[in-house]
Design a protein around this ligand. Structure first.
Ligand SMILES: C[S@@+](CC[C@H](N)C(=O)[O-])C[C@H]1O[C@@H](n2cnc3c(N)ncnc32)[C@H](O)[C@@H]1O
Length: 279
């Protein structure tokens, strides 16, 4: 049996994304929490925002803002310009609201939140000085349309910052999951669709090509590290949150097979993502 088609289809399926994977921040938060084991520890939101070279007065649009990691970072910095978060999921926008409120420490947030699709943004032409689209473009069925929207809503001279994973991101875990799937009779090669060249996902290398077809200049900054996870549970929690696992009839069978494959001690996993600064 091959589950790769189903997992690949779910990658851009709006019903799955809004009603299951991102209905609440539960799955995303499970994946975010494993980065506590990253060496060197990279504060990605801070590093990506710093690439934009802002003075604090800019209007920023964060497309696919999720639970508000980047919005929270802007609030913590006391960003005074307007900030707008857009996401397909009402549950994620609710989580983003909480993140921004916590980061403001009771002050008044400058963020607005809007439920919308990246491929049809309800924003005026050129409204943003800076548009962020971190770790979200692989979820959009019509990526060309989304990239054109990013360019449309960003003023001439502004910048669009897209973040995607490299093809080697989480390679060791991908191999472990594929072996565990094989152990229970599932051909899983696309369990990791967004991190696999030729799959339905969009990796950093292909993203740079796509963006290069729309923008005049692309600057790429890579962030490479590794996770040194002290024991199996954070890895199992991560895998339980994945679209591939959730596409299976019996997710617990995969998790049991993975548990048997994991070493008794620590697990080391490569991390590699890149920010593409497009002008
Ligand atoms: C992996 S999360 C990334 C969240 C955030 N950008 C971050 O880096 O922490 C992907 C987010 O994109 C949102 N999303 C998926 N498809 C979208 C679309 N077509 N338009 C807007 N948001 C979308 C999801 O609801 C989810 O919140």
């Amino acid at each position: 049996m091959s589950m790769s088609f189903e997992a690949g289809r779910l990658l851009t399926d709006r019903g799955y994304l809004t009603q299951v994977q991102y209905r609440t921040q539960h799955n995303l938060a499970a994946r975010q929490s494993i980065y506590a084991y990253q060496r060197p520890l990279i504060d990605l939101a801070s590093a990506v925002i710093s690439l934009a070279g802002m003075n604090g007065s800019e209007t920023v649009a964060d497309i696919g803002c999720g639970n508000g990691v980047y919005l929270g970072e802007l609030a913590r910095r006391g960003h005074a310009g307007r900030v707008l978060g857009a996401d397909l999921s009402a549950g994620m926008l609710a989580a983003a609201r909480d993140t921004v409120a916590a980061a403001c420490h009771g002050g008044s947030p400058t963020s607005g939140l809007v439920l919308s699709d990246a491929a049809a943004l309800p924003l005026a032409d050129g409204v943003a000085d800076i548009t962020l689209a971190p770790h979200m473009l692989y979820h959009v069925a019509d990526r060309q349309a989304a990239v054109r929207e990013f360019r449309r809503v960003t003023r001439p001279g502004g910048a669009v910052l897209v973040v995607l994973n490299g093809s080697d991101h989480f390679a060791e875990l991908r191999d472990l999951v594929n072996m565990a799937a094989a152990d229970i009779g599932i051909a899983a090669d696309a369990g990791w669709a967004e991190g696999r060249a030729g799959g339905p996902g969009l990796i950093l290398e292909a993203g740079a090509e796509l963006l290069g077809s729309v923008f005049g200049s692309i600057f790429q900054r890579d962030f490479v590290g590794e996770l040194v996870v002290p024991g199996p549970q954070p890895v199992l929690d991560y895998v339980a949150s994945m679209r591939f696992t959730q596409s299976l009839a019996e997710p617990s069978a995969l998790l049991a097979a993975l548990s048997a494959r994991l070493p008794g001690g620590s697990v080391t996993i490569t991390t590699h993502c890149g920010a593409l600064v497009c002008r």
